[in-house]
Design a protein around this ligand. Sequence first.
Ligand code: PHE
Length: 342
Amino acid sequence: MKDELVNKIATIRRTAMSELTNIADEDAVRELRVKYLGRKGIIQSLLSEMSALPSHVRPEVGKEINELKAFLIEELDKKTKVFLEISREEIIAKGRLDITLPGRYVKPGHRHPLRTTMESIVDIFTGLGFSIYEGPEVETDYYNFEALNVPPEHPARDMHDTFYVEGGLLLRTHTSPVQIRVMEKERPPIFMIAPGAVYRRDSDISHSPMFHQVEGLLVDKDINFGHLKEVLAVFCRKMFGEKRDVRFRPSFFPFTEPSAEVDISCVICQGKGCRICKMSGWVEILGCGMVHPLVFKSVNINPKKYTGFAFGLGIERIAMLIYGINDIRLFYENDMRFLEQF
Ligand code: PHE
């Protein structure tokens, strides 16, 4: 009985060795592992045959079986490693993975010149104590015109100037509606700016159907035109340099009274006269004025108790002056040759 089993073990070892050398792939290794080492495998059945032997011969036979088992585990593990190595080499040989190839260079992006300009403007005003607000780009006629004292016959309300959308709505033509939205919700003192996109039916080298503005509003007791002048003069010098000349020209807006436009000495020719400033030495950068009493009325702020000023400036216009750009459309074309210069 014992010798029979010992012979059997030796035969199994020989068969196993030849099977191992003929192994073709990883699947075959897995099959052999199950065949010999599995729960219903050959080693397991040898162990149960051994338990039928008289106890004094069991240790000797058990040792043989364990040696065979250890041998099989070692050989099968070796084969697994070999096939792993082979498949890696195959992948490389097929060219699916060239580990010597240098990595792809991802070019870092940077801020758009309009965004940079807007951030500089906003930084100056937040530094002066103004808070940032936003409003919707699709507006009602009420916020964009009516509450701002823009009369029904005003040309800005014409289909030729304003984009109207479904449901009696429109694309805001300026950031001034944000003034109304903020004054409806908050009581003075109000120090706000509102940056954002605005829309007008206009398109040429200095006008785009969509452009950007920053609105400003300050409302409190005893605010007068002197405050307006000083805040905007400080802004102009911080934005365009300490030596910049600033002038206020009388103007008209339905929502401010009195109203003004602000010019700075031309940043291109320093006031000597050039194509950009149309030989005048001055360039216009914003509109402003004291908040009209009728605007205060529409938001239930008492104009006898409070006064304030508002201003609106065009971001594209300022960016064009700072960077010396003469065509507004360059900002929106995403031509890398243009954008890379900033
Ligand atoms: N909303 C005006 C415009 O778009 C600018 C402005 C804002 C003027 C606030 C006065 C006060 O032209």
